[in-house]
Design a protein around this ligand. Structure first.
Ligand SMILES: [Zn+2]
Length: 458
């Protein structure tokens, strides 16, 4: 998850063992308390290592029985003993130094990811055993994500449509779809210029600056349309036109994940109702980073989705740190799971995962791919789950990642990949892809986060 809205927070250490005061307390009566910064300096000197801190101020944190936690034979054991009572964690940096930072519920080590994948794997050795597990996972995620007990749905949703823009080989038309009463999701439908029956590709956006309005996202959408697919995207909650309704800060609310999942589903249902040119046997999803999470959730919850191409996400050791990706604990489904196991619930549908060497998906070829491939093998369909790994690339949806997605959908949906010529795509200025760019909302629209929360948090 790369984000301009998911800001770095200075964590307040809630489990302060003892506050640091001016008086010396390194004795029995004082609980042998020392400031964490002093303890770290001692450890650095003793073991000849460097220790850095992230998101904590170590001179304000007191550690009780500090000297007793040091193990002269092991820096690793010492750091574990120091971090545990403060709900901190340590890691070794690529340069050999150590970093101490607050516990993160959404991030684990690659080694823990390996252990995590081994645990469910040991529970199923056949298609029948896997399908029992699959049923539990899908049932749990469905219960967690189901918006209906939580939100009042809009009964006769209002739809506002923009004018159709005609481009070379494709059209673009913006929409605003009412989902909850007065709460709109805005997006754009990119459609092939020629008639006929088309597949649909739903593309939730990731957190990159600009969201669905940024250039690389537009290139992806328009190229899919030029290839012959109807491609539809939508704002992230609190971004783009949604920011006008609820403000940017609402994105970090615990309910944002449920609203975004609702939006993916509502937009899919609406496009299928609205258009007569969609081939219901060819519905796909794709998206990068947080968009991959929501592509997966839509495919997992809606069996009409027949192919998925998540990019640069869905690993065993990182769930995405934004509440819209991990605010609802889907990775705890089935008494403990992880995103690759949830991805495996799509088997034997065709799936492509695009990964790279410059982010957390560096582990995919060696760790996550063999895990998911084993499950497709239960269906004799190992060739339907693929991994395109780009070791020299970083966390983005760049040209070679988009190319992999074009080729995947060309193959599974019978499209012409040679038509995915991005030089023929006209990148539009952001206001042209917005419905409320002039700041005017439809009558009855929610106009603040407070108004929305009054409605949904009864
Ligand atoms: Zn988010």
């Amino acid at each position: 998850m790369k984000s301009n809205s998911c800001k770095v927070f200075l964590y307040i250490i809630g489990l302060l063992v003892a506050p640091v005061t001016g008086a010396a307390q390194n004795d029995f009566a004082g609980g042998y308390v020392r400031p964490l910064s002093d303890v770290a300096a001692d450890v650095e000197q003793r073991f000849d290592v460097r220790i850095s801190f992230r998101n904590i101020a170590p001179d304000t944190v007191g550690l009780s029985y500090a000297d007793f936690r040091i193990r002269p034979y092991s820096v690793e054991r010492t750091l574990t003993n120091i971090c545990a009572p403060l709900d901190l964690k340590w890691s070794r940096r690529p340069n050999g130094s150590f970093r101490i930072e607050p516990y993160e519920y959404h991030r684990r080590t690659v080694e823990e990811g390996r252990e995590m994948l081994a645990w469910p794997s040991s529970q199923y050795g056949s298609r029948e055993e896997w399908e029992r597990r699959r049923e539990v996972l899908i049932g749990d995620v469905r219960r967690m994500m189901n918006p209906e007990p939580w939100f009042p749905m809009a009964e006769a949703p209002n739809v506002v449509r923009g004018r159709e823009l005609r481009k070379e080989g494709y059209t673009v038309r913006n929409f605003a779809l009412e989902t909850l009463p007065g709460l709109y999701v805005c997006g754009s439908v990119y459609a092939p210029a020629r008639g006929g029956s088309h597949p649909l590709v739903v593309v939730p956006s990731g957190h990159w600056p600009g969201g669905r309005l940024r250039e690389e996202h537009q290139l992806l959408m328009a190229s899919l349309a030029r290839m012959g697919a109807v491609a539809v995207d939508m704002d992230i909650f609190g971004w783009g036109d949604s920011e006008l309704q609820v403000g940017a800060d609402a994105h970090r609310a615990g309910y944002s994940m449920r609203i975004q999942a609702l939006w993916s589903k509502a937009v899919t249902d609406w496009v299928l109702r609205d258009r007569r040119d969609i081939d219901l046997s060819r519905i796909g999803v794709t998206g990068g980073s947080g968009g991959a999470t929501h592509a997966l959730l839509l495919a997992l919850l809606d069996e009409r989705v027949s192919a998925a191409a998540p990019m640069v996400h869905l690993v065993s050791h990182f769930d995405g740190g934004c509440p819209c990706e991990s605010g609802i604990a889907v990775s705890l489904a089935g008494r403990g799971s992880c995103m690759p196991e949830l991805l495996a619930t799509l088997a034997p549908r065709p799936v492509l995962v695009v990964s790279d060497g410059g982010d957390w998906t560096a582990s995919w070829p060696e760790l996550e791919y063999p895990f998911v491939r084993r499950i497709w093998e239960f269906y004799d369909a190992a060739d339907r789950v693929r991994n395109v790994h780009l070791p020299d690339e970083r966390h983005d949806v760049g040209p070679s990642k988009r190319r992999a997605v074009y080729e995947f959908f060309a193959e599974v949906f019978g499209l012409d990949p040679s038509r995915a010529d991005e030089r023929r795509v006209e990148v539009l200025p952001e206001p042209e892809l917005r419905m409320f760019a002039d700041g005017v909302l439809p009558d009855g629209a929610v106009a603040s986060r407070e108004e929305l929360e009054k409605m949904i948090m009864k």
